[in-house]
Design a protein around this ligand. Structure first.
Ligand code: GCB
Length: 604
């Protein structure tokens, strides 16, 4: 029954309280609560959840999460929502893709379902893991608030230990995807603002004492002869065994204050796009917990303007990619990701930029396996609230979550701290802090950002560049910058002492019967921009990589001209993920030539 109680009183009180969400905005679900997932068994909570949109945040104001099941026919209190009945939605999903009427919705939405639980072992811990939910995700269990997470693309955990009852439990989740000035990304950007729980949601159990984290890598000492491992534990574990059978490694590490580390002499076959060798790694705690991973060992570093993979100079033949699908929105799956890498390989790529936010974790796992190097990024995009402490905390947290999720992935060679932010003092302070946090969480990768050109001086110039290992440069000469010759000028005026990677360039090219045949927006115009770019860029010896914008056409609300209709059409392939445009073949042939030259240089 719905009692005449808090809820009814609150229905009036809540009309006047604009601080209604304060108690539910602790952001206590953050990188500190992350659990290493390799080899862990999970119980999926995917499937149907009860669902409603909540434009005015009435659910938080009225505390819908406290409503117990009641009988509609005998109830005498008015109520605005009943979480125990009503419409359902599939989780994971982007709500826009589930019902037409949800398409442009931005705000809060509620998910509710029962959860049956039986303990399996004495003292076990139970965590709810959400792969990603965009953007603010508040979790309630059995009528109580557990916590919330900020950031739409990284995983987070809610600790349900000791909060679950044997038998039936109730989980409610409120996800809010409003675009606000102090979120990351902020309200203005160039991709679709999908909402909802859009990655896997599952329960994970661990024993009472458990392994919380495993970080393992080839020591970047230029010798390729030492594997370094760090294990973090919770509870009373006193030692862990680390095994890499194929390398004959079997070591016992003693754990002190929940931490153990070791350097092991080893000469693994090195991971590279040509030889994406992975080794099975197993860590077993003396009191029972076990985690596993498949890890490639490689070294990436820069020397002057050269990028060195395992000591050899490389050129990054890349392409950008968004996580977007005509029918599924931001939902992706193994098939979609493998297809993406197959298209990249067809282009003769060895590298991909996962723009502009952390993609599904499967992407780096599959890239490890198929041999594609990756640039991974947090959505510090355009004009963030750089002055705002809370935004700064959020940015760092998203970055550390991304790193902790994937720092054993050999394919990820670059962490990017942002994209096209104007060079102001506030931005510099924000970004240098982010670069520092990135380096201290991971000494085995390069740090970059997509920077802008100083148009007044026609020069690659950005104060952030001093703090990066690689300068990413977005330039649209031939498209937004009409005069292609300015790129030549820019090349002449710039003498960076670090490698430059062209992190974006491109042009719109429309497919279909109504597409223009000539001029801007035609396929031919786009192909020509690619011709000009690929003819010119090899002249700049400090340019060590290229990721044109972009593999597939993708949804972008701000693109409303009659050709684009809500799509950014700079894809080399249409949004059907099949139809290759003329520029596709220009880039494919350019990369084939580069790869051939590289092979020749190696064999000479
Ligand atoms: C950019 C942005 C990217 C846009 C692209 C475009 O510079 O980094 O997010 O989608 O240009 O198409 O304008």
């Amino acid at each position: 029954m719905l009692e005449k109680s808090d809820i009814a009183e609150n229905a009036v009180e809540c009309l006047h309280n604009e601080a209604y969400d304060k108690p539910y905005n602790l952001q206590n679900l953050n990188h500190e609560g992350m659990l290493f997932m390799g080899g862990r068994k999970t119980e999926s909570l995917s499937g149907k959840w009860r669902f409603t949109l909540d434009l005015h945040d009435t659910g938080l104001r009225q505390r819908w999460f406290q409503i117990k099941p009641f009988n509609h026919e005998t109830c005498t209190n008015p109520y605005d929502y009943d979480p125990h009945s009503g419409e359902e939605i599939t989780v994971p999903s982007c709500w826009q893709m589930e019902r037409e009427k949800y398409f442009y919705f931005e705000g809060s939405a509620w998910y509710t379902r029962e959860l049956l639980y039986q303990p399996e072992q004495e003292g076990e811990n139970v965590f709810l893991r959400i792969g990603a939910a965009n953007y603010d995700c508040k979790i309630f269990l059995n009528y109580e608030y557990v916590g919330n997470h900020y950031g739409g693309s990284t995983p987070f955990f809610a600790d349900f230990t000791n909060k679950l009852k044997s038998g039936r439990n109730l989980v409610m989740i409120c996800v809010n995807n409003a675009r606000t000035e102090n979120r990351i990304p902020m309200r203005n950007n160039d991709w679709f603002n999908y909402g909802g729980i859009h990655r896997e949601i599952e329960l994970v159990r661990t024993p009472k004492n458990y392994i919380k984290d495993l970080f393992i890598y080839l020591e970047p000492n230029g010798q390729f002869n030492t594997i370094h491992a760090e294990v973090t534990t919770v509870g009373e574990t006193s030692s862990v065994d680390l095994a890499i059978e194929e390398l004959g490694i079997q070591q016992t590490l003693s754990v002190e204050d929940g931490f153990a580390s070791i350097d092991i002499a080893a000469s693994p076959e090195l991971w590279s796009p040509e030889t994406p060798k992975l080794y099975a790694v197993k860590v077993s705690a003396n009191d029972g917990d076990v985690v596993t991973d498949h890890v490639g060992f490689r070294e990436i570093r820069v020397d002057g303007t050269t990028i060195l993979l395992n000591g050899k100079s490389i050129y990054l033949r890349g392409i950008n990619c968004h996580e977007d699908d005509e029918k599924l929105g931001r939902i992706t799956n193994e098939y979609d990701i493998r297809r993406r890498f197959e298209h990249a390989k067809e282009l003769n790529c060895n590298y991909m930029r996962l723009a502009h936010y952390p993609h599904h974790e499967l992407a780096a796992q599959i890239a490890d396996e198929v041999g594609i190097m990756l640039w991974e990024e947090v959505p510090v995009y355009w004009s963030i609230a750089f002055h705002c402490d809370q935004t700064r905390r959020d940015g760092r947290n998203q970055m550390i979550e991304l790193i902790k999720r994937g720092r054993n992935r050999a394919s990820t060679i670059i962490w990017s701290v942002g994209n096209e932010n104007a060079d102001t003092d506030e931005r510099l302070e924000f970004m240098t802090g982010l670069v520092e946090a990135t380096r201290s969480a991971d000494p085995t990768r390069l740090v970059s950002a997509a920077c802008l050109v100083n148009h007044a001086k026609m020069k690659i110039e950005d104060r952030l560049a001093d703090h990066l290992d690689i300068i990413g440069l977005n330039e649209y000469y031939g498209w937004y910058e009409e005069n292609f010759h300015d790129l030549i000028l820019l090349g002449e005026n710039s003498a960076p002492t670090k490698p430059v990677v062209i992190s974006e360039t491109g042009a719109e090219g429309m497919l279909g019967a109504n597409a223009p045949k000539k001029g801007a927006f035609s396929e031919e115009y786009m192909a020509n921009v690619y011709r000009q770019q690929t003819e010119f860029l090899p002249n700049l010896d400090y340019v060590k990589g290229f990721t044109p914008w972009i593999l597939y056409d993708f949804r972008a609300e701000r693109r409303q001209n009659p050709y684009q209709n809500g799509y950014n059409c700079k894809g080399l392939i249409g949004s059907d993920k099949q139809t290759r445009k003329a520029a596709f073949f220009v880039l494919r042939d350019f990369y084939a030539k580069l790869a051939q030259e590289e092979n020749k240089a190696v064999s000479n």
